[in-house]
Design a protein around this ligand. Structure first.
Ligand code: PHE
Length: 473
């Protein structure tokens, strides 16, 4: 406790940190526990809902290629940096940043990166939980056989009916937030670790079953080539920014989430290797989700480019027509709920970790308070789909014409805050922290370390800045 409060205070003098510093909040019980939890954070609606639809909107293959490049040369090094910084800081992103800056003899103002991250995570949680609520609602719809033999109109009516009804949406949004709070309130090993160690393996099994089914549709090859044969004429500058923003979003970067999870990583575990494992699994799940979804879409003569409704409108239609559609449909939405749930807990965790440190608010109160506040903010997103569907707060700017509050929150976080947060992390890890500190913490071979340092100092910042500036022009 003493350690927490003294570090939360105003110290600015350099501190020395050893790799084996104690973790005030508890720790993951094993390397595998951390990998599952971090993969649980990374694999979410981003993989199963957003990746397929933005791939569809951006024409497939070429977009996927850019996305993969962003993951490998920008996302992965930044993920390593975030986990590494969390482990060395051992506290919430805000206090970790403060502590690491002190270690490097730099300004405490670097704590702003932690603030920025926690804010971004909170904003994302507010609308993430709304979509998570749709997924929960659809488990029940699918389970009751609501899609069976239904027409396209009936299915899209089901979805628009759900969106049109603020009270129902609020209830599902609330139910999803309660699920999130329940896990976070139980703590690192009793909550986060237990939940992810069950849900992640289940998610993989369900996903493989669905890909197996997609192989029987006769259009697997089309789905495959849609994802993997690039046609660069279909790629726009906006598409490149979307791919970059999504790389951050899907790896849960730039918002302190990986830093918070990193702060529970026991000493002696290779940050580098675990980060590679997490990024690889996240990418595999996104691609597998694409391989499960697009063949089903094509086999039913449906469009890939329908946008956010892809998994809620297009897929149910397909489930309604296929043999055992009730079973596959229910499995699919259970998968979506698991994916969203293991991510939403990671969105709430950094705030809770900070509240715990800050005057020692207890975890249960912190989880309930933080979750409730995010739920309240989420009301604005709920209303964006019905009563406020025509409210475009930034409509005076051409680029934001017609964007609802929900659209703006999504855009602001994924396309602006996350890349900026990631940029700050890259600059901090590459230029502010000493080579001795990063080398000590990452614990990787010399060659690998050099590659990492080169990527984090030059490649990631330049790439993020370039895409950013291009987008402004
Ligand atoms: N990575 C999650 C996804 O792909 C979303 C997320 C973003 C989770 C940021 C935590 C932090 O859905």
């Amino acid at each position: 406790m003493t350690e927490i409060s003294s570090l939360g205070g105003t110290r600015a003098e350099p501190v020395t940190i050893s790799a084996a510093a104690p973790a005030p909040h508890g720790m993951w019980s094993s390397r595998m526990a951390f990998i599952l939890a971090a993969t649980g954070s990374a694999v979410g609606l981003g993989n199963v809902w957003k990746f397929p639809y933005i791939t569809g909107e951006n024409g497939g293959g070429a977009f996927v290629l850019v996305y993969l490049a962003c993951i490998a040369i920008i996302g992965l090094p930044i993920m390593m940096a975030e986990v590494m910084m969390g482990r060395r800081g051992r506290q919430s992103p805000i206090n970790s940043m403060r502590r690491l800056a002190a270690e490097a003899g730099r300004s405490r103002r670097w704590a702003a990166v932690g603030w920025f991250g926690i804010t971004a995570a909170f904003l994302i949680l507010s609308f993430y939980s709304v979509i998570g609520g749709w997924a929960v609602a659809y488990v029940f719809q699918a389970g009751q056989g609501a899609f069976g033999g239904a027409s396209a109109e009936a299915i899209s009516g089901l979805f628009s009916g759900l969106l049109a009804d603020p009270w129902t949406l609020l209830a599902w949004h609330g139910a999803f937030m309660v699920l999130t709070i329940l896990v976070v309130a139980r703590g690192v090993s009793g909550g986060l670790e237990k939940a992810t160690s069950f849900m992640m393996p289940a998610l993989f099994v369900i996903l493989l079953i669905l890909v197996g089914y997609a192989m029987t549709t006769g259009r697997f090859g089309d789905g495959f080539s849609f994802l993997f044969s690039p046609d660069f004429s279909k790629l726009s500058v906006g598409g490149v920014l979307t791919a970059l923003g999504h790389a951050f979003f899907t790896l849960s970067l730039g918002m302190g989430v990986m830093m918070a999870y990193g702060s529970y990583v026991p000493p002696g575990i290779s940050v580098a290797k675990t980060a590679v494992a997490v990024a690889a699994m996240d990418t595999a799940v996104a691609l597998l989700a694409g391989l499960a979804i697009f063949p089903i879409v094509f086999a039913n003569g449906l469009e890939a480019s329908v946008g956010p409704g892809l998994v809620f409108k297009t897929l149910p239609l397909a489930f309604g027509q296929m043999p055992f559609g009730t079973v596959f449909g229910t499995l699919f939405f259970v998968l979506l709920v698991f994916a969203a749930w293991t991510s939403s807990i990671s969105l709430l965790e950094p705030l809770v970790e900070w509240l715990e440190e800050h005057r020692g608010i207890n975890r249960i109160a912190a989880a309930v308070g933080g979750g409730f506040a995010a739920w309240l903010l989420g009301v604005a997103s709920v209303l964006s789909f019905n009563l406020w569907a025509d409210v475009a707060p930034l409509g005076m700017f051409e680029a934001f014409a017609g964007k609802t509050i929900f659209d703006l929150l999504d855009y602001l976080t994924a396309n602006i805050m996350l890349p900026l947060g990631g940029l700050a992390v890259a600059l901090f890890a590459g230029w502010t922290m000493t080579g001795a500190a990063t080398r000590d913490e990452l614990r990787m071979g010399e060659a690998g370390y050099r590659v990492w340092r080169f990527l984090i100092r030059y490649v990631s910042p330049v790439a993020v800045a370039t895409v950013f500036i291009y987008n402004l022009l």
